[in-house]
Design a protein around this ligand. Structure first.
Ligand SMILES: [Zn+2]
Length: 444
């Protein structure tokens, strides 16, 4: 280490102070030896405390023996040809159909390449005959796929063309939620907001699993298409605190047959002042808790540029191309010549578009749900942040003005939940406000 790094030595050189004087004038904490000592203590402190955090987060994955209906299957890779797997514990490879152990790998820090070899899934060059294999890590049941840590198991499914595979994380519900809550909300937000988020996310994924999972090999994607899941990277003490405090709790509501059942507990970032009826945004079944409520709480929490977002423009040709790509039936319209509001929800100082009318150069017209229109022309939803906006014809472009809010606006407003929590509301009060008529029960 360069001695010039010590301010007191530089000070000695600059003012040519004798060492005898220095001993008197400088407090003991300024001597180089003490600084060395302090640095060593600081480094030890850093190592000990970061080690504690790593150990805490690497604690063994809970619920590994829970019944199958509480395992969530998350699509991690779709049609991959290769990936990198690192497991810092020993792990078994099972044939998914027969559940027999095909191989056992000892602990290794070296990454293994998963590839396709002669139409089979291969790990480190060793092919497996089964078309579906499961990698089962030993405690703490964590594996690393392409640089990201996940809990539970990894299922690999060979696609029918035998030249690619899907990678699916099989993870019990509670550790799955730890990877969602920390991705969907900052962990420094109020505990009540994090707890409300955990209950909403638990409800949402169980509903999606029940209603869509039976038709496919996975339940949810790891993106905003469902809810964002970042695995172990999203975990922290606060996030696990919210998951543990709400363990097994879900939202239900009375449905047409009179029974209380799960409903799709949608949520979105910033509603802009009023949440929206799910029927207007997604269509489908109607649920009492998803009718829409006033929200005076998100304005003071959301970033100003998310609450009121600036004008954006899209080239007319690119809008036509994006719409035709997702909806080939619109080809009969020709080039989109006019986009106008067909339906909207009015909330006093603003309205949310819920249906848009498209008029084409052929003179034919069609309608799209406004949320489908938004995500067709901006699939990330990060530029065209909501359908609370006005659409204006600007020559060769369409402009979106007076934008307000971020997300689809259905169900709990996440920034609003934080606003309510800051005001002292509990997670139950937050959830019952945004999902009126709902109840909370425990599933285990
Ligand atoms: Zn709101």
């Amino acid at each position: 280490m360069a001695t010039s790094g010590y301010p007191c030595e530089a000070w000695i050189r600059k003012f040519k102070v004798k060492s005898s004087e220095l001993k008197i004038q400088l407090p003991i904490r300024h001597t180089p030896y003490t600084i060395y000592y302090c640095r060593i203590v600081f480094l030890l402190w850093l190592i000990i405390f970061s080690g504690c955090k790593a150990r805490q987060l690497a604690r063994t994955t809970p619920q590994m023996d829970i019944e199958p209906r509480f395992w969530i299957r998350v699509l991690l890779l779709n049609s991959a040809r290769a990936c990198t797997l690192t497991v810092t514990s020993s792990f078994a490879v099972l044939d998914a159909q027969t559940q027999t152990t095909e191989a056992y790998f000892n602990q290794s820090d070296a990454p293994a390449n998963i590839t396709i070899s002669a139409g089979r899934i291969a790990i480190s060059g060793r092919p497996f005959t089964g078309e579906q294999i499961i990698i089962l890590p030993d405690r703490p049941h964590i594996f690393n796929l392409n640089g990201d840590d996940y809990r539970g198991k990894l299922k690999l499914i060979l696609n029918p063309n035998s030249n690619s595979f899907n990678a699916i994380n099989l993870v019990p519900l509670e550790p799955y939620l730890a990877g969602v809550v920390g991705a969907e909300m900052p962990d420094y937000w109020e505990p009540a907001a994090l707890e409300a988020q955990a209950i909403a996310a638990r409800t949402y994924c169980l509903y999606i699993k029940k209603h869509f999972g039976s038709k496919r090999a996975w339940d949810v994607r790891k993106t905003e298409a469902n809810q964002v899941y970042l695995g172990v990277a999203a975990e922290s003490t606060q996030i696990w605190g919210a998951v543990n405090k709400t363990w097994g709790r879900v939202l239900v509501c009375k449905q047409t047959d009179g029974d209380e059942k799960l409903f799709p507990a949608y949520y979105s970032s910033t509603c802009g002042g009023h949440t929206e009826n799910s029927k207007h945004v997604f269509g489908g079944d109607s649920f009492e808790p998803l009718v829409g409520v006033p929200c005076p709480y998100c304005k003071d929490v959301a970033k100003p540029s998310f609450f009121f977002w600036p004008m954006i423009q899209f080239d007319k040709t690119s809008i036509t191309n994006s719409l035709l790509k997702r909806y080939p039936k619109l080809k009969r319209l020709g080039k989109i010549a006019s986009i106008s509001s067909a339906k909207q929800s009015n909330y006093g100082e603003f309205s949310r578009l819920t249906s848009v009318k498209l008029l084409g150069s052929t003179g034919k017209s069609d309608f799209l749900r406004a949320e489908d229109f938004r995500l067709s022309i901006d699939p990330t939803g990060r530029k065209l942040r909501s359908t609370i906006c006005q659409i204006v014809n600007m020559g060769d472009k369409w402009a979106f003005l007076s934008g307000r809010g971020y997300g689809h606006g259905v169900g709990m407003c996440q920034c609003g939940a934080q606003g309510m929590a800051r005001g002292g509301k509990t997670s139950r009060q937050i959830l019952f406000y945004y999902y009126p008529g709902s109840n909370i029960i425990r599933v285990y």
